[in-house]
Design a protein around this ligand. Sequence first.
Ligand SMILES: Cc1cc2nc3c(=O)[nH]c(=O)nc-3n(C[C@H](O)[C@H](O)[C@H](O)COP(=O)(O)OP(=O)(O)OC[C@H]3O[C@@H](n4cnc5c(N)ncnc54)[C@H](O)[C@@H]3O)c2cc1C
Length: 501
Amino acid sequence: MLPGHEGPKLKVVIVGGGTAGWMAAALLSQTFKGKLVDVTLVESDAIGTIGVGEATIPAIRRFNRLLEVHERDFIAATQATFKLGIEFVNWGKVGTSYIHPFGNIGKPIGRTGFEHYLTRRRLEGHTENFETYSLNAMAARADRFNIPPRDGSLLSELAYAYHFDAGLYAAFLRRYAEARGVRRVEGKIGHVGQDADSGHVTSLHLEDGQTVDGEFFIDCSGLSGLLIEKTLGSGYEDWSHWLPCDRAGFVPSESAPSITPYTRSTAHSAGWQWRIPLQHRIGNGHVFSSGFMGDDEAGDLLLETLDQKPLAEPKFLRFQTGRRKLSWNRNVVAIGLSSGFLEPLESTSIHLIHSGLVKLLDYWPDRTFNPLLSAQYNRVMETQYQSIRDFIILHYKATDREDSAFWKYCRFMDVPDSLACKMDHFRSSSRIVLAPGELFQPASWLAVLIGQNVLPTGYDPLSDIHETAAVDDTLRRLAAAIRHAVDTMPTHRQVLESLRY
Ligand SMILES: Cc1cc2nc3c(=O)[nH]c(=O)nc-3n(C[C@H](O)[C@H](O)[C@H](O)COP(=O)(O)OP(=O)(O)OC[C@H]3O[C@@H](n4cnc5c(N)ncnc54)[C@H](O)[C@@H]3O)c2cc1C
């Protein structure tokens, strides 16, 4: 055996039992199948978890597939509903609404992307809503859903994710991981032991006197960053000048008669409000900037705008948008909120947990902890965070709103060069210019740009190869096929009822 590979199983310790900690425990237990590593998870009932984080993007289904979890079991255990996209209300302008759908919008014609035809048609005088050409958006607006068949039909293109109860999800993953050998230790970590020479973390000392030794630590301790920051001082890159929301109030409310298959995000005067429908309740929260609004006003606004009766008093929490400068430092890897936080506008945090874990498996270390691995991991995670950050900033920047100090700030703020360049390309030629590996694909950028009234003045000249009448005909047929496909779908509630045990 190679040096570094020999010896007993590697002692892996996960700090934290929130969504990140139990996702890590579940994936490691499934991947290693009891070999090579011993996994212990430490969590504190007294500290608890953040208790929010209930909307996802379609990649969550890949995570479930990695765990070989059956969709029906998962839905039953977490009170999940299906999500086809996000409705954005009042973002570009008060009184507007558009859906950022998962999946395709339109289809390329020849080798030219649909976005160019949309511009060409607008410049030719057509007034049309891009949602007409999105199966997801049209189904969402009609409260319809169908588990897509795998038959290559239009219906098979429906892309979906879930809304689920964060507490039930962590409990579900805990049962999964413990059944596969993960050891859980309950207690509050008071002191962290480090090797005097390397600075590596060696042990966790709990306030009740227990000690947990380890060789490789996954820090899922949430916003506090217990190991990655408090112990190792990895540093934090603050992005709040671009994403000024830093506080959230949240409250559950009763279910509504119709369970909408999408998240709603409604912009207010100093932030925005989410509405996430689950089977047994609706999750609601108001994300706002404390520099522009106080807790009392934000809480009142949240309660006044609920469409159903609240089930509790609002709770509040503070966050700072940004990322840890090093996600992997020495023998500690931060996953989840300990590695950074981009506000929840596009439901990307749980995805970043998933992708952080998969990348960690790609660069899994042996006992020598080759620094090349951590350096590569940190580069990959930095790129991921930055591209998602730019997409989220776009929602604030691309606005005509000037009705509050917050929106004036957002409208006129400088944005990262990487985003400014994308917006310039789109405005001038309808091109959506992406770097390799970006999470959000052209359809997502198109929805937000057009949905928030960034209208290009030009388009790809190659699209002129196709005659106007032929383009009109192609689009008319596509819109009709989408309308027909939506008409054949049952309601979202009917699908959920059919999945009940
Ligand atoms: C307002 C808001 C809304 C969000 N909405 C979404 C969303 O819709 N979609 C999405 O993908 N994400 C969302 N997120 C992010 C999502 O909530 C998190 O990514 C997810 O919950 C993971 O959290 P975590 O496990 O990293 O941290 P936590 O849930 O905070 O868990 C931390 C764990 O560490 C333990 N711990 C901490 N310190 C100690 C100690 N000293 N000793 C022992 N144990 C300790 C705690 O007990 C706990 O078990 C949202 C976040 C916020 C703030």
